[in-house]
Design a binder for this molecule. Structure first.
Ligand SMILES: *Cc1c(COP(=O)(O)O)cnc(C)c1O
Length: 453
């Protein structure tokens, strides 16, 4: 379907007749001020709304599935702080636990019982790791996992996949060059070429490239790192068979398999993608949900592999605020809720029904839109393609559709991440009413995108 972008994209105020653009006066003021303090006015780039219309919304509060911005606009939220808030905003269990812990102080730099409690909660309910180490972000978890893999195997090279995001770790900010198997080219300034030379980049879903990499760099690859559910560059769902193939090839080559489960961990099930697919990786990284909205990351593995971490072993890794009691408290409260029987089944059921209704609408209207989903993660791709498994299969041109879609959704009280490459999340507290309202907003917004109103 043709899109008249001229008409719709010319001004921010060019929405559907009868639908007023939301006021962003306060947000715009705050943004102007923020620009005097922070590069681009933000503390993390995607927040700057560079790929969508208007200035970023400054959020004032969140409760349950809803958020409110500085101008008083209310939205049903499907960003969920980019994934952590699987119980929505300000969940009473999490809030109460955090307040309770804070009564006793906020940080000691010494062990607390809360670290044991969160570790026990995780390890007794996860068949894929025996020991864990808490850090303060997903990036830190990945950085540490890579160091562990290198220390354990005494090899230097890491293989990653184009289209997987692993935080802003130097060795991971590399993109594929031209060719089947390439050393990465840095995708950020400030990364020495020598670092990128230790990172091999291949496409997802490409067995031949993987075999070639193992042939070319025999006995040199310390680890393969993958998002088993690649969800940071669209939702590039892999065939289980490909993940299994990675497992077999890693074992055959003495290479460790790292599942970066910072998004998928505790999201597609309590045991994350490892449990979902029934595949045993060698090291798993966590973040986002694990901290209940506080800054927590973690990495885990078998006791044997973890024994290489200091002070038991020679791989150094430390953190002043690691295992912070307040953050541990938030994690304990959130994960306890997730362990309630039926939590993930219900979340899956309601997301499936939500997506199905949108698919039916799209089919009836003949719109070119495909919704990819796993559990409570969904991604709108403005395409007819049945599968998108590699980064280079995403049509960059289709993002123009998303830009209009995003604005129309905001105008109708629905908040999603401000980029067409970002996925959305349904939480345990989205109500039937929320989802009904959201569907209506999505239908109307799609009608605007396709000029069919
Ligand atoms: C978010 C994310 C990271 C980075 O985590 P931060 O907490 O933002 O540092 C790493 N890997 C994956 C798969 C992620 O989704």
């Amino acid at each position: 379907m043709e899109i008249n972008q001229e008409k719709k994209a010319s001004t921010f105020g060019g929405g559907l007749e009868g639908v007023k653009d939301i006021s962003r006066i306060k947000s715009a003021e705050l943004y102007e001020k923020a620009k005097t303090f922070f590069p681009g006015g933000v503390n993390s780039p995607v927040r700057a709304f560079k790929s969508v219309y208007g200035t970023p919304l400054f959020i004032q509060k969140g409760n349950g599935s809803h958020i409110w911005d500085a101008d008083g606009n209310e939205f049903i939220d499907y960003c969920g702080s980019w994934g952590p808030l699987i119980l929505g905003h300000n969940h009473p269990s999490v809030r109460n636990k955090v307040i309770e812990v804070m009564q006793n102080g906020m940080s000691f730099g010494a062990p607390t019982a809360l670290e044991n409690e969160l570790a026990e909660l995780i390890l007794t309910n996860n068949r894929f790791i025996e020991k864990i180490r808490f850090v303060s972000s997903g990036t830190e978890a990945v950085m540490s996992a890579i160091r562990l893999a290198r220390g354990y195997t005494k090899r230097d090279k890491i293989l990653k996949f184009e289209g997987c995001y692993h935080g802003h770790v130097d060795a991971m900010l590399v993109k594929a060059g031209s060719g089947l198997v390439t050393f990465g080219e840095t995708s950020s300034a400030g990364i020495p070429k020598a670092f990128a030379d230790e990172t091999i980049v291949i496409a997802l879903n490409d067995k031949d490239a993987l075999l070639k990499a193992f042939e070319e760099f025999k006995d040199q690859i310390a680890a393969i790192i993958i998002e088993p559910v690649p969800a940071n560059n669209g939702l590039l769902l892999q065939e289980p068979e490909f993940l299994q193939f990675l497992r077999e090839q890693c074992t055959a080559n003495g290479t460790l398999l790292i599942f970066d489960e910072v998004i998928s961990g505790f999201r597609v099930g309590f045991e994350g993608a490892a449990g979902y697919y029934g595949i045993q990786p060698d090291i798993i990284t966590y973040g986002k949900i694990i901290g209940g909205g506080m800054p927590v990351g973690a990495y885990g593995a078998s006791a044997a592999i973890m024994s290489n971490i200091s002070p038991d072993g020679p791989v150094y890794q430390a953190g002043t605020l690691s295992g912070n009691p307040v953050a541990m408290g938030a994690g304990i409260a959130q994960l306890t809720e997730l362990l309630q029987p039926g939590f993930y089944e219900e979340l899956d059921r309601k997301t499936a029904a939500f997506v199905k209704d949108i698919e039916d609408y799209v089919a009836a209207k003949g719109y070119e839109l495909k919704i990819f989903r796993i559990g409570s993660i969904f991604w709108f791709a403005f395409t007819q393609q049945e599968h998108i498994r590699r980064a280079d299969e995403i049509d960059a041109g289709s993002m123009a559709h998303f830009k209009i879609f995003h604005r129309e959704l905001l105008n109708r009280g629905v908040y999603v991440g401000p980029s067409g490459y970002e996925v959305g999340f349904v939480s345990g507290v989205h109500t039937a009413d929320d989802l009904e309202q959201t569907k209506k907003a999505i239908f109307d917004s799609l009608d605007v995108v396709y000029q069919n109103a």
